[in-house]
Design a protein around this ligand. Sequence first.
Ligand SMILES: Cc1cc2nc3c(=O)[nH]c(=O)nc-3n(C[C@H](O)[C@H](O)[C@H](O)COP(=O)(O)OP(=O)(O)OC[C@H]3O[C@@H](n4cnc5c(N)ncnc54)[C@H](O)[C@@H]3O)c2cc1C
Ligand code: SF4
Ligand code: SF4
Ligand code: SF4
Length: 373
Amino acid sequence: MKITKNNCTGCGACMISCPTGCISMRENKLSEIVPYINLEKCIACKKCVNTCPQNKQLSYSTPYKCYVAWSKKSDDRIKSASGGIATVMARYQLENNNYFYGCDYDCNINLKHFLVNSEKDISKIRGSKYSQSNSYDIYLDVKEKLKDGKVVFVGTPCQVAGLKSIIGKSNENLITVDLVCHGTPPNEYLKKHIHNLNIKKIDKILFRGEYDQKLTILENENIIYQKDKTKDTYFSAFYANMISRNSCYDCKYAKGSRISDITIADFWGLKKLNNIDKMSNRPSLILINTDRGLKYFNEIKQYLIYEKRDVQEGIKGNGRLNNPPGKNIKAKIFQFLYPICGLDKSINFTNIIFNIYIHIKKLRARLQNLYSK
Ligand SMILES: Cc1cc2nc3c(=O)[nH]c(=O)nc-3n(C[C@H](O)[C@H](O)[C@H](O)COP(=O)(O)OP(=O)(O)OC[C@H]3O[C@@H](n4cnc5c(N)ncnc54)[C@H](O)[C@@H]3O)c2cc1C
Ligand code: SF4
Ligand code: SF4
Ligand code: SF4
């Protein structure tokens, strides 16, 4: 039995909803985490099918306010993906004895969502992690915490959809924040890549922030590996849209209307500012999608430098706020090779095959030109 025919995102909501606990999340041949059903324990109640966001007409909100913003604290700006908005939210939640969920890698390179408990935890959630995190292990914890406080959950739109499916009815205490999402590679790819680099011990993995757009691996606060996004095999394949999870290529969340109360992203396409003199290097885009989102923005804006912008300016400049990327030729070749050759070899072979394909295409065009004269 398949829970969804519509490209599983790995959100894990089906597993959490199953009353007999017969669903486990495991890797498929592309190393994507997907649900497997133990049919011996299944009672055919279809709760999993009905919970799955991929099987539902979801309700999206149209953004009605847009801001360019960044944290007033320079350390937040330096160490965050863009303006440190999620970091500001995490600190505000902590200071008000409320709850914030974000993600980071553990020492075994597992990317997991967790409850932020301290300033040290805030430093962990900062920055974009370019692989898929396990968010489903905290859905029930979020449900518990909603009984006695306000919860902010930051994640990819498909994770927000998974969480909302588990929470059920709209809950005033839950503020959902989605990232505009380019796509996430299965976390196993990053593990394989780091394993192939022969790195045994890691403390921190960075893609954005202090060493922006470089894959940087630290151990004991020392950099033990660092390569630019164009030079590192994994990072360059991520940007080429070669190694995303299958569901990302026709992602149903890659559009202007949103699943969350607030959307945060890099503010690509930002034009001249009106009221702010000094520009941050990496300004954030904030889209307000619901009244709950606006109320929350009004609470945290004292910690931000911000300016109101036109909603269309925010949406137009950002590809993933307009449409999903579609599966390109590189992704198709990579997915064919991966089960046979593994990660790094498949990326390298894909690049070689792609270059040959481009050369043949150019040669054919030239020959056609020559014969038609
Ligand atoms: C995989 C991925 C792809 C992205 N693609 C785009 C894009 O195409 N266009 C664009 O404009 N912006 C994209 N972003 C968003 C952007 O890079 C920033 O994450 C966003 O602007 C927030 O920046 P910040 O400085 O406010 O966050 P920070 O204060 O740096 O905090 C980062 C927040 O993101 C969360 N987070 C980090 N990695 C993940 C992950 N893998 N899964 C779930 N949550 C995560 C952290 O838990 C934290 O809450 C992407 C982010 C990710 C993780
Ligand atoms: S049909 Fe019911 S019992 Fe079977 S896997 Fe789905 S939720 Fe679990
Ligand atoms: S999209 Fe989420 S709920 Fe649906 S099958 Fe996949 S993991 Fe389960
Ligand atoms: S691109 Fe879509 S399906 Fe892929 S991780 Fe992002 S929100 Fe989920």
